[in-house]
Design a protein around this ligand. Structure first.
Ligand code: SF4
Length: 62
């Protein structure tokens, strides 16, 4: 699984690193970034959950 954050859409709410800190973190610009790719298999579920909880659908996982 690959996770990607669309920074043009992210509003910096902080939800994704709260849900899945193994993959997502807040970058210096205040927007989220996926720092662990490919996503380790044991956190694929929480990465998917983070994508679903993003309020602006800025996270894409596949
Ligand atoms: S949940 Fe969505 S809007 Fe919030 S920080 Fe993550 S990518 Fe950005």
């Amino acid at each position: 699984m690959i996770a990607a954050v669309d920074k043009n859409t992210c509003i910096g709410c902080g939800t994704c690193p709260a849900v899945c800190p193994e993959v997502f973190e807040m970058d210096d610009d205040g927007l989220a970034v996926a720092r662990t790719n490919p996503v380790p298999s044991d956190v694929e579920e929480s990465a998917q959950e983070a994508a679903e909880e993003c309020p602006v659908d800025a996270i894409h996982v596949n």
